[in-house]
Design a binder for this molecule. Structure first.
Ligand code: FE2
Ligand code: FE2
Length: 235
């Protein structure tokens, strides 16, 4: 069944991309039923639209899994999910930026030694991370011959996803924060707690929560933030 808060198109965008055959079939059936004879053309258009996002997903997944075959890719999926929740009109450029925003991390060595003497929200590090991620995804999209205007938007969103500053970069930043607090932070309680200590770990949680711009995103993130801080205190 289609969740009530999502439109058909949003459902398709979400469901075509993880692309389980059974899910695809189900949604194609629903669209055919709802759109009648025009259904097939409609589906084809949507599939075409989600084409580049699929390529970007493959690029990101391959890069991260090459670095660590056990790496969970859930953070990127949930960043897409939250971007769509925060802005139901989010188009493919937004979804690409949401999925690829951390791509430079797949090529970076960020172990305990790297972080030694550095804050987890070190401004210089964050700036070079978002800059490098933007460079990588732009290079890929240009090679793929993607729409120039959309490339510009993706570049901007990824380039400023850590700090925001415009409606679109704020959207990626807020979705990234919620996804982080939801997916990564519970794991970081133990991992970062052991590597860096509670105090340094909490600065990361604080940073990810405090940088959120929209009230809607803050409302969603607050219970997640409180929960991980509590987990950290009790650990
Ligand atoms: Fe990032
Ligand atoms: Fe992220």
């Amino acid at each position: 069944m289609i969740p009530e808060h999502l439109t058909l198109e949003q459902c398709l965008r979400q469901c075509f991309v993880p692309a389980k055959k059974s899910k695809r079939k189900l949604f194609i059936g629903i669209i055919r039923k709802e759109k009648g004879l025009g259904g097939v053309r409609y589906i084809r258009r949507l599939l075409h639209k989600s084409h580049m996002l699929n390529k970007v997903k493959r690029l990101v997944d391959t890069a991260f899994l090459k670095k660590d075959p056990k790496k969970s890719l859930k953070h990127f999926e949930r960043t897409i999910y939250w971007a769509q929740q925060l802005n139901p009109d989010a188009d493919e450029a937004v979804l690409i930026a949401a999925y690829a925003h951390d791509i430079a991390r797949a090529f970076a060595k960020e172990d305990a030694e790297f972080w030694n003497g550095k804050e987890l929200n070190d401004a210089d590090y964050l700036d070079s991370h978002q800059k490098e991620s933007a460079r990588m995804i732009v290079e890929f999209l240009e090679k793929e011959g993607y729409d120039k205007e959309k490339i510009k938007r993706v570049e901007h969103m990824v380039r400023y996803h850590e700090v925001g500053g415009s409606p679109e970069s704020d959207l990626i930043k807020d979705a990234d924060s919620i996804s982080y607090l939801e997916v990564n932070a519970p794991k970081h309680v133990e991992k970062f707690g052991r590597m860096f200590g509670k105090e340094k770990t909490k600065t990361k949680f604080d940073f990810m929560f405090n940088r959120i711009s929209s009230e809607k995103a803050k409302k969603v993130a607050e219970p997640m933030y409180k929960k991980v801080v509590e987990m950290l205190e009790e650990s």
